[in-house]
Design a protein around this ligand. Sequence first.
Ligand SMILES: C[S@@+](CC[C@H](N)C(=O)[O-])C[C@H]1O[C@@H](n2cnc3c(N)ncnc32)[C@H](O)[C@@H]1O
Length: 364
Amino acid sequence: MTVETKKTVASATAEIDIEKAQQFMHKVVADCAATVSVTLAVIGDQLGLYRALADMGAVTSAQLAKSTHTSERYVREWLINQAAAGYIEYDTKSGQYSLPNERAAALLDTDSPFYLGGALMIALAMTKAEPRIRENFRTGAGMRWGEHDPYMWEGCERLFRPGYLANLTQSWIPALDGVQAKLERGAKVADIGCGHGASTIIMAKAYPNSHFFGFDAHPASIEQARKHAEDAGVADRVTFEVASSTAYPGNDYDLVAFFDCLHDIGDPANTIRHTRDALAPDGTVLLVEPAAGKHIEDNFNPVGQFYSGASVLVCTPNALATGTEALGTVATDDALAAVVKKGGLNRFRRVLETPINRIFEARI
Ligand SMILES: C[S@@+](CC[C@H](N)C(=O)[O-])C[C@H]1O[C@@H](n2cnc3c(N)ncnc32)[C@H](O)[C@@H]1O
């Protein structure tokens, strides 16, 4: 009797259901294939292959290679992989490949709410951290944000910026009590853990009467944020400085914002304590954190899978390298509320959520 016709078979340790085993094999093969295609997607992005596909319409491998000054032998194989992955289309009659508009939005349009090029970059950067993180499992040591592959930093900006562009000034700030009016009149704002400054610059453009101070512990990110502020023409009202979340300068801030970073910070309660002291008496804290559920099983979906993986490979290691408390990327609302309260802010509420973020307001 062959394996196909039997319902169960004895493995080394136990009897297994063949159909279930085969279903799981398909899943693992699909995961491995997807991991490979993520690497090839980043290559396609960096070499302009997607850009050329979008601009040229239907192309052969020779045409694509010629227009991108790449090797046809590599491009030929890349196209097969990308068509197999469902990222591009293949026409069997003409032998040409194309990139449908909806997929071009996800792969090329960095301003689009559909854009996911940043997620691809981060996913690839995270795989490069595997040797360090594997060792950390044994030692309990950490790994700083700045020790990651640079794709991590650019990928983070590209991942979160479209969401900030679509939501920050349209719905998140208006949802905070009285903050929009202050920003329109002229307010003082700090953006802690600002990374490349995407959120800071979006706010600065929307509220020309206000002044913005971005702080981050990672010098290369601050350098990049300064360049972005110059390019955006807001450098006269936006200052970026290297500073830790527990010691950044300034006081009387009307708004202190934390975009996707409180859970990366190794000393979150002291960060909130310092922020309480830096706030104006009626100031507001805007806390943007990754989407996560109340129960562990609420995170058993692709977004929860991505974020909990990022927690292991990026966020928790940074917290452990720089402090004593790691909230984790999928910290519950209650865990966040507890830290905010410990830091001395008593009013805390979730004001909004998106598929990838939770938005909170905290006040003295
Ligand atoms: C996931 S990134 C988010 C960056 C940015 N806010 C965004 O949304 O694109 C986390 C950032 O927090 C910064 N960070 C981590 N711990 C910090 C600390 N203790 N003080 C200041 N910045 C910190 C990192 O350097 C990194 O730029």
